[in-house]
Design a binder for this molecule. Structure first.
Ligand code: NAD
Ligand code: MG
Length: 301
């Protein structure tokens, strides 16, 4: 193992820390414009064929956490489809290239998940392409900070809920028309769904809803042998915060500094937990959990 990789195996030692360059993007943000570029390749990770012959759909797989998950799934042997917004085509192209470079297969499908019909079409397209669907990762998310509740327009509230929780419900419903025993559904929640977050009223509420929906669907699908879990990340260095309309360039520069490790996670530090929850060799007795990947932040209970 190279010296660089040995250093990367020591938790947090070598990961980028704030202050970052001051920056802001219009939403949806592009990973290619983020400085420094997020780490998503998980070079220290050793795949073991855990998802061999599986088919996975990762929403928001063009960038951030979704990109890292899509790549790791492919390295574990899954065929992958990613969804994203049309404006993010260049990021999606890079994800496809990374997956193909690792010897995997990735089908990119652009579309708006706030559109109910697209949620159904997306699942159908994946099944048409690969003949089945074993793993759904409902990861796409929309987030804009607001100082007061007055700033939360009905339109924005709808957009946040339709992107974050309606699509999780709609994609799950569509996926269940095809999923066989042994399949897995995984959602991306957030620490804001556990703690609340002062300036993210609509977003935090969707993440709380994701947690409750995850537990409920997990119970509902026990007899079908389909497991349902969520991952709750702390701050992660992705385009989401740099393109948050309520976030200033100064705040982006300090992103993650108030977390216990004094830094945000890199996407590659999130992806293995999604492998764990998808792999029946790893987590066959786990369903209905919200797995906290929060950099040393702890919760009660
Ligand atoms: P990201 O911007 O890279 O990914 C979010 C993705 O959501 C985008 O790439 C986009 O493709 C997709 N998306 C947004 N609106 C959409 C729409 N209407 N239709 C289709 N796709 C849409 O950022 P990320 O941080 O990797 O976000 C992934 C998930 O992680 C989100 O659910 C987010 O809430 C969650 N999360 C992020 C953090 C963080 O600090 N970055 C922390 C906790 C949870
Ligand atoms: Mg993106």
């Amino acid at each position: 193992m190279s010296k660089q990789m040995q250093a990367r195996n020591t938790p947090g030692r070598n990961e980028p820390k704030p202050p970052f360059p001051k920056q802001h993007q219009e939403g949806p943000g592009l990973e290619s414009k983020l400085d420094p570029r997020p780490r998503y390749k998980a070079e220290a990770y050793r795949p073991a064929g855990k998802l061999k012959d599986k088919v996975a759909l990762v929403t928001g797989g063009d960038s951030g956490i979704g990109r890292a998950v899509a790549l790791l799934y492919a390295r574990e042997g899954a065929k992958v489809a990613i969804s994203y917004l049309p404006e993010e085509q260049s990021d999606a192209d890079e994800t496809v290239k990374a997956i193909e470079g690792a010897g995997g297969t990735c089908v990119p499908i652009a579309g708006d998940l706030t559109d109910a019909a697209f949620c159904d079409q997306l699942v159908e397209q994946v099944v048409q392409q690969f003949g089945k669907l074993d793993i759904l990762v409902a990861n796409a998310g929309h987030q804009n900070r607001k100082k007061t509740l007055e700033e939360v327009t009905d339109e924005e509230f709808d957009r946040t809920f339709k992107t974050n929780i309606y699509s999780y419900f709609r994609l799950s419903r569509a996926a269940l028309r095809h999923m066989q025993p042994g399949s897995a559904i995984i959602a991306t929640s957030s620490e804001t769904g556990l703690f609340g977050s002062r300036y993210l009223p609509d977003y935090s509420a969707t993440k709380g809803a994701i947690n409750a929906f995850t537990k409920t669907l997990a119970m509902n699908l026990l007899d079908k042998h389909i497991r349902v879990n969520a991952v709750a990340p702390g701050p992660v260095w992705t385009p989401l915060n740099a393109s948050d309309a309520g976030e200033t360039p100064d705040k982006v520069a300090k992103f993650g500094s108030d977390s216990p490790m004094g830094r945000p996670a890199q996407p590659e530090e999130l992806a293995p937990s999604y492998v764990f929850l998808a792999s029946n060799a790893d987590s066959s007795y786990i369903s209905g959990i919200v797995l906290q990947v929060m950099g040393g932040e702890t919760t009660g209970g």
